[in-house]
Design a protein around this ligand. Structure first.
Ligand code: SAH
Length: 414
């Protein structure tokens, strides 16, 4: 059982921070606990907020619904502006809770309409969130961790190292900041129709917080997104894919990038722990939970690395085996992502011609394999280009810099 159950996570609701009843009774004016001691309501999904109202505030559960609408539909974070709540309740909320969003360090618009935010999560760490508008839809790419610990060789986030997981509040706070900026009104003025957990970090390594945040995204009192329109992308944490299948019904995307273990282990070191066969089997189980479920396999194309005809043929075999196991043609969806370069990387994007040739081989075998259009690359907001401010707790960042310096010295000497 996870924290998404009806149990309130004790660390989130710190009843010890409450002003003792006798003191509160004596005080004419409510005394608010220090910020850190108060519960950030962004941390709570609907059932937890209802519990909070009932158990901590001694109020009716439905009051939680009013507050959710103020926060997620009207972007109001000050209790005294929540005018359909009585004065006494507002004072009580002030005492025990706050609504604290991440701070916008800067934001930047791309020529193609893509918008990127650098959001401060604490004084030393910041992450990136990207909005990508398209015909009839708007997708937000959300981060789950400050940095990433997985060290995928072709990803810019990996070069920054890792600091920590984001809290539920810090994850849903990204959606809130973007939705407010866009003037999104759930069910009426839909600017935000899809969320992809494809920003910085490995979402399944931060399971409880990510699942809870995704529940707020899909809640009608939250952002009202359809299950299918919330996508979690993972580098392949097999046991967690099964766990996700037990608690949530979102779309699953898996970062495959190579059709065999030798190559995949080089590109995605996690593959040494969970190989392709095991990974694909867990995806089959995920798809079989519910008829008609497909899984997206992401394949970042890198020049001379994984873009050869032999790779395409091997990929087709793997995907066809998946379709057979799920007993549905087209259950495996391939998403081709041309590599997006970043400073210091040793990888390159294949030519457009090579990308088309790879795609054609897949198409000729009956596979649908759209090439993801590069968006926002003029503001470094494309896939794999996200880079926040990470106080690295690993030695990754220092190692990466050393490697780049060595390569540059080698180039200069040559
Ligand atoms: N950790 C998760 C989610 C973050 S990455 C995962 O691995 O799925 C989102 C997608 O962008 C992944 O498929 C990732 O492999 C891909 N990606 C990373 N770096 C990239 C780059 N430089 N160019 C293109 N795609 C990249």
């Amino acid at each position: 059982m996870t924290n998404t159950s009806r149990d309130i996570d004790a660390t989130l609701i710190d009843t010890a921070s409450a002003v003792p009843a006798d003191a509160a009774a004596r005080a004419d004016v409510a005394v608010a606990a220090p910020e850190a001691k108060r519960t950030n309501l962004f941390d709570l999904e609907r059932v937890q907020l209802e519990d909070f109202f009932e158990q901590v505030l001694g109020e009716k559960r439905y009051r939680a619904h009013q507050v959710m609408k103020w926060i997620h539909h009207r972007y109001v974070t000050e209790f005294d502006q929540m005018t359909d709540l009585g004065k006494a309740l507002r004072a009580k909320l002030e005492q025990h809770a706050h609504v604290h969003a991440p701070s916008v360090v800067f934001d930047k618009a791309s020529e193609d309409g893509t918008h990127k935010w650098l959001l401060g999560m604490d004084p030393k760490n910041a992450i990136e969130t990207v909005y990508i508008p398209d015909k009839g839809r708007g997708t937000l790419c959300v981060s789950s961790q400050v940095g990433c610990a997985l060290n995928c060789q072709f990803c810019s986030t990996a070069t920054q190292g890792f600091n920590r997981n984001l809290s539920t509040a810090e994850i849903i706070g990204q959606v809130w900041v973007a939705a407010r900026h866009l003037g999104n009104v759930p069910h009426q003025q839909r600017k935000l129709t899809n969320v992809v957990m494809m920003g910085m970090g490995e979402p399944l390594a931060n399971f409880d917080n990510v699942v809870r945040a995704m529940s707020i995204m899909r809640d009608d009192l939250g952002y009202g997104l359809a299950n299918k329109r919330v996508t979690l992308s993972t580098a392949g944490m097999v046991p967690m894919i099964d766990k996700l299948g037990e608690v949530s019904d979102v779309s699953l995307a898996v970062s495959l990038h190579a059709p065999n273990d030798d190559l995949r282990s080089e590109l995605v070191p996690l593959n040494k722990k969970y190989g392709i066969e095991e990974l694909v089997e867990s995806c089959v189980r995920y798809a079989l939970r519910k008829a008609g479920t497909s899984v997206t396999f992401e394949y970042t194309l890198m020049k001379g690395v994984n873009d050869q005809p032999a790779h395409a043929r091997e990929l087709v075999r793997l995907m066809k085996a998946f379709d057979r196991a799920v007993q549905m043609k087209g259950a495996a969806k391939i998403n081709l992502i041309p590599f997006n370069p970043f400073p210091g990387t040793r990888f390159e994007r294949p030519t457009d011609q090579a990308i088309r040739a790879f795609q054609k081989l897949l198409n000729d075998s009956g596979m649908i394999a759209p090439v993801r259009r590069t968006r926002g690359d003029d503001i470094d907001a494309a896939c794999g280009q996200l880079k926040g401010q990470v106080m690295d707790r690993t030695r990754r960042n220092a190692e990466f810099r050393k490697q780049v310096a060595q390569r540059e010295r080698g180039d200069a000497a040559a």
